[in-house]
Write a protein that binds this ligand. Structure first.
Ligand SMILES: Cc1cc2nc3c(=O)[nH]c(=O)nc-3n(C[C@H](O)[C@H](O)[C@H](O)COP(=O)(O)OP(=O)(O)OC[C@H]3O[C@@H](n4cnc5c(N)ncnc54)[C@H](O)[C@@H]3O)c2cc1C
Length: 400
């Protein structure tokens, strides 16, 4: 690989969303950029994202949609490269897309359109991409990074880590950036799977098996005020599965949930409860519930509360309290997450304390940057994680 003795302006490790975008943007600024990836296929996370259509940004992405030990860290990059900038780039390049839900933008045809556009950007900017290449070591010698690979040594002025997170190990995840950062003085916030389904304790799971496959809109609450990220509430769909809980509500809640904690779910709003209470009269509880909830869930709740075949008007105060509590404040006890194979994103990563939020540069490792998911910045569901990849990549590229 060092046959040509090229001295690169920047070597980017990782040809995913952040790595390709950063390389392309830096190349467009006349930088000589080499991208190295250890996978046999590149851009795979983009390809499988958003059910194959890639939810590539969210029009409303802002600091409140991210978890990080430093919640302010994302602000500068998000302000300098906004969702509308990325949207504009897609428009300029005739990539068809649509808004699905609350500002979430998806490709019309497939995520491959976006991968092709990123590769085109790199090609037009004369970026060199090599894969599969294994990076063994990176050392700074006389102000030049020496990157030792299974195909020789390359030298570069700047080194950019864009190796992503640990989810879906079979398509090339690695913690190489985290190990490197830690070795050279950065703190690393312990990684854990996030945006991930949760399994319930065996006892709880068996009581919900009859609901498997059912999706229902809820208000879900997770996290603890004692924890760094605090408590969060999401108004999304909950999916009951044969293993526990999934669907957007659970994925969102999972980023805040910790082992030993419970999750609270409201199937109705207080207003809906009031409406139910006012209008139920002498009807059977099962029938009243069916007006507000899917039939299977209505039947399950009537059974669980022991109010099946009872008339609403005849419920005593305690019965009513029990029903109201189940509808407005059901408590679930997950025992674990479904792990890295099922997670969409990694919580934790290279701590932002020793990073410059305007450039993504390390403040302790010279000429070294961390971008995308390997940084301790984790987005909510809905396109925020890709927006972080684009924004962090862009500001890095501008500073090279
Ligand atoms: C199933 C799924 C669906 C998702 N859907 C969405 C969505 O719709 N919207 C959204 O915003 N986010 C989504 N995400 C999250 C999103 O894909 C990531 O946050 C985003 O890809 C992160 O970009 P990145 O460039 O940091 O990392 P990646 O895109 O993961 O790229 C990292 C690259 O680094 C390479 N690499 C890793 N280690 C090494 C090494 N040691 N040497 C060389 N190369 C290495 C990998 O092979 C990979 O090519 C989804 C994730 C999953 C798993």
């Amino acid at each position: 690989m060092n046959n040509s003795n090229t001295m690169w302006d920047a070597v980017v490790i990782g040809a995913g969303a952040a790595g390709l975008f950063c390389a392309g943007q830096a190349g467009a600024r006349q930088k000589k950029v080499l991208v190295l990836d250890h996978a046999k296929k590149i851009g795979e996370k983009i390809r499988i994202s958003g059910g194959g259509f890639c939810n590539f940004t969210n029009r409303y992405s802002s600091a409140q949609h991210f978890l990080s030990r430093n919640p302010h860290f994302v602000k500068s990059a998000l302000a300098r490269y906004r969702p509308s900038d990325f949207e504009g780039w897609l428009k300029d390049n005739n990539i068809a897309y649509h808004e699905k839900h609350r500002g979430q933008l998806f490709c019309d045809r497939s995520a491959q359109d976006l991968i092709n556009l990123l590769l085109q950007l790199c090609q037009r900017s004369s970026v060199t991409i090599r894969y599969p290449v294994t990076v063994h070591d990176c050392q700074l010698i006389d102000n030049l990074w020496h990157i030792y690979t299974n195909q020789g040594v390359v030298t570069s002025h700047s080194l950019i880590w864009a190796t992503g997170g640990l989810p879906v190990p079979k398509i090339g995840a690695s913690d190489k950036a985290l190990q490197f950062a830690q070795h050279l003085g950065h703190l690393v916030v312990s990684p854990r799977p996030a945006l991930v389904p949760l399994s319930l304790t065996e006892k709880e799971e068996s009581s919900f098996t009859q609901l498997s496959g059912l999706s229902v809109p809820v208000l879900i609450s997770s996290g603890s005020k004692k924890e760094h990220y605090g408590q969060a509430h999401f108004d999304e769909d909950l999916l009951f599965t044969h293993r526990g809980l999934s669907g957007p509500a659970t994925l969102q809640a999972s980023s805040y949930w910790r082992e030993g904690e419970s999750i609270r779910v409201a199937f109705l709003t207080p207003n809906q409860w009031q409406e139910m209470d006012n209008s139920a009269g002498g009807k059977l509880v099962d029938n009243v519930l069916t007006h507000f909830l899917p039939q299977r869930l209505a039947k399950h709740i009537a059974q669980q509360t022991g109010l099946e075949q009872r008339r609403f008007a005849e419920l005593n105060r305690l019965d009513k309290e029990r029903l109201k509590d189940t509808l407005l404040n059901s408590v679930f006890h997950p025992d674990t997450t479904l792990g890295w194979n099922k997670a969409e994103v990694m919580l934790g990563g290279v701590d932002t304390d020793l990073m410059d939020s305007r450039t993504m540069a390390s403040t302790v490792i010279p000429q070294c940057y961390f971008i995308g998911e390997c940084v301790d910045v984790t987005g909510h569901l809905g396109g925020h994680n890709f927006q972080w990849a684009w924004s962090s990549a862009y500001v890095c590229a501008q500073s090279l």
